[in-house]
Design a protein around this ligand. Sequence first.
Ligand code: DOR
Ligand code: ZN
Length: 428
Amino acid sequence: MVFEGRGYWRGKITDFEFGVDAEGIITRVGKSVRGSPRKNLGDLLVLPSGIDLHAHFRDPGPTDSVENFDSGTVSAALGGISAAVDMPNTVPPTTTADRVVDKIARIRARAHIDILPYAALTGASSVRRLGHVAAGFKLFLAPTTGDLKVPETSEIPTLLEEVRASGLPLHVHAEDPAKFNPRESPTETDAWDRLRPAAAELAAIERLSSPPPGLRIHIAHVTTAAAADRARELGAGSEATPHHLLLSSSVFGTAFQKVNPPLRAESVRKELWERFRTGRIPMLASDHAPHSISLKEEPFAEAPSGVPGIETMMPLMLELVRRGDLPLQVLVRAIARHPALHLGLPRGALEPGCEANFLTLDFRAPRALRARNLSARCGWTPFEGRSAIFPVDHYVRGNRIVEDGEFVGSGHGRALRATPLPPPLPKS
Ligand code: DOR
Ligand code: ZN
C-alpha cells in the first residue's frame, strides 16, 4: 500500500508518500513513491502516532477496577497512542517472572495497541530472572498506589548494577520519603504539595547520582525545572506529564487532582512548561492512573493518587501546537521519536524500517474535552472543558484502528520488550 498525503517528515510539514509492506513496515518514503494500491489521506495532517512511557492499566486488578488492557488500550488508540509501557503496581504487583508471563498473556488476549510490561524492582535476587521476560524495570523510591516494597537505600547500588547487566531500561519514581512532611493533614492539592514537596523529588534524584555506566536510567514524571535539569546532568532521560505541565496546586484542587508526585505551585508549573516547550525535557508521558469516582470522592487524605490521561495527552498538546504555544517538532520528538529511541523500537518516525503507525489530524477542529465523550471507563478527567484535537484516523502497522474518531480495531496488540543493550565493554 502507498499512502499519499501531507505531514510531518524529517522535521517539516511537507507533501509526501510512503509505501508500507504486508507486515506494516514502511519501505520507502519520498515526494513520489511508486506502487499500488494507493490511498490518499486528503488534506488532513499526517503525524507519527505516540508512545506513552508511563501507564497504569490495572490488569490484573480487583473485579471492580475501572481499567484493564481492553478499555485502556481503546482509550490509548483514540488518543493517538500506539504503544505504552505498563507499570507493575497492579494487584498483584508484577514482581516475579511468572507474573510477567501472566501479563503477557493478558496483553495478547485483549490489548488493542502494543504494551511493554515492566517489572517492579524490589530485591536484587529477582532481577536476573525478571530480565529474561520483562520489558523493563520500574523502581519506586516512595510508597504510592499499590502494595510495593520500597527498597532500602543500602540495596540500591546492587539493584542498579543488576539492571545494568540486564541491558533493560530503568524508570524511577523519584520521591524520597525522608523529605516528606507527615505533620501536614492534607485537604487539598496545595497541602499535598507541602506534604510531598519538590525537595523530596530532588533528593531522590540525588540518591541516583552515580549510576553505573551503561545503565539506561529514566526519571518518571519530573515536576520541576530543577529536577529536569538534574536528570540531564546525570545523563538520565526524563519525562513530564500533561498534568504537571498544565495544572497547578495554586488553584484549589480536590482529590480528583491528587497525584504522586503532587501538582506544584503555578510559578513552578510555568518553569516546567518552559523547559518542556523549549525541548529541554526529552519525553512526554501520561502517567495514566485511573481511579473510580467513588474512591476519588473519599476524604482527600484517604483518596487514592492518580489521574487518567492516556486518551487526552496528545490531543491536549496538539491544541497547544495549533495555538502556537508548542512547536510541533518538540511535541513529535517528545511523544514519538525520543520514546522510541529510549526503548530501542523501530517506531516514532515515518521512515523506512519503522512501523507504519500514524495519525491523521484536522487542525481546524478543536473541541472541548468532556468526560462523557471520552471512552475512559473511570468517567472523569482532570482536564474537563479544555480544548483538544483528537485524531481523525489512527493506523497501526498500516491498518486503521480509529476511523473518523471511532475505534474500529480488534485486539492486535503485541507484548513488546525494550531492546536490551549490551553492557559497555570494560575499560582496558
Ligand atoms: O499518582 C499516582 N498514581 N502516582 C503513582 O505513583 C501511582 C499512580 C497509580 O498507580 O495510581
Ligand atoms: Zn505512575
